[in-house]
Design a protein around this ligand. Structure first.
Ligand SMILES: C[S@@+](CC[C@H](N)C(=O)[O-])C[C@H]1O[C@@H](n2cnc3c(N)ncnc32)[C@H](O)[C@@H]1O
Length: 279
């Protein structure tokens, strides 16, 4: 790929999604855009980019952005955040606001394994939230992953990654080569398209926000802006969960890091470490 095409794609990608691709990741453009060029009946990535540039083809540009997103995810990914939900977040929220509805946002939900993991966990143990109603909103910038998430159809490989066998038996049925999630769990999650760079006010306010394994793709200013805007969508007593390689420390002081629970943050506290503990 010539330098002008590289600069064009990476600057459009950053402007539209926040994702930063350095020169050392040139191979990512090749591996992700070649299939798109082929699908569009174009001879090469160069031709794909030329079509986008000369025709100002917004549909194709949106597909380039979609193709450049990294959608790696799996059920109960990293386990620890789900332990935090079970042992700290849900007990604390139930204590602070007994019986009140709990709203959860999975920002950057990819193909749905994260929100569905929470829905299955709560279905197994409704006492975790003291019987309160729970609403799970899951969002992503990519139409492609949202389609798959809504379908709730997963491959053998996908259900073997992180999903306890008893959950597979309780909530999935085999459909050809795939596993279909039950309608009752699917109905507990509502999916919507959302770009983290854009206003989030329409989503309302949340008690729990998971924003995991997406901030790593952004530069510092973008992370700060997203975390600040997310904090404005969060209720006074509310919790943020980030991915294992992400932190608010030195980025945004709207949250306090939990002393004992890595990756868990409480809204408020001027960035000081919070004393929230496991129940
Ligand atoms: C690696 S996945 C993380 C999925 C899940 N949260 C997890 O931890 O398993 C990152 C997701 O972020 C989404 N994403 C990237 N940029 C985004 C943006 N600006 N707004 C919303 N979602 C974005 C991608 O489409 C992708 O599905």
């Amino acid at each position: 790929m010539n330098p002008a095409d590289f600069d064009f794609v990476t600057s459009e990608l950053k402007r539209r999604s926040g994702i930063v691709i350095g020169k050392d990741k040139l191979y990512l453009l090749d591996s992700r855009l070649s299939p798109l060029a082929r699908k569009e009946g174009l001879a090469s990535i160069e031709e794909l980019i030329s079509v986008v540039r000369t025709r100002r083809d917004e549909r194709l540009m949106a597909q380039i952005v979609d193709a450049m997103t990294t959608n790696e995810t799996f059920f109960f990914r990293d386990k620890t955040p789900f332990d935090h939900l079970e042992k700290v977040v849900f007990p604390e929220l139930s204590k602070a606001r007994p019986g009140q509805r709990i709203r959860i946002l999975c920002a950057a939900c990819s193909t749905g394994q994260e929100p569905y993991s929470i829905a299955m966990m709560l279905d197994q143990n409704p006492k975790l939230v003291g019987g309160a109603q729970v609403e799970i909103v899951a969002a992503d910038i990519s139409d492609r992953v949202l389609e798959k998430a809504k379908a709730g159809l997963y491959s053998q490989f996908e259900v073997q990654r992180g999903l306890p066998i008893r959950y597979l038996m309780s909530y999935f049925t085999q459909q050809g080569d795939l596993w279909k999630l039950s309608d009752s769990i699917k109905s507990k999650v509502s999916f919507r398209k959302m770009n983290l760079l854009e206003p989030m006010n329409a989503l309302g306010s949340f008690d729990v926000v998971l924003c995991r394994n997406v901030l790593i793709y952004f530069d510092l200013q973008t992370k700060r802006d997203i975390l600040n805007r997310l904090s404005k969508q969060m209720n006074d007593k509310s919790y943020l969960l980030l991915g294992a390689a992400e932190t608010v420390v030195g980025v945004c002081d709207a949250f306090a890091a939990s002393k004992d629970n890595r990756g868990l943050y409480e809204k408020g506290g001027d960035g000081r470490r919070s004393g929230i503990r496991a129940a």
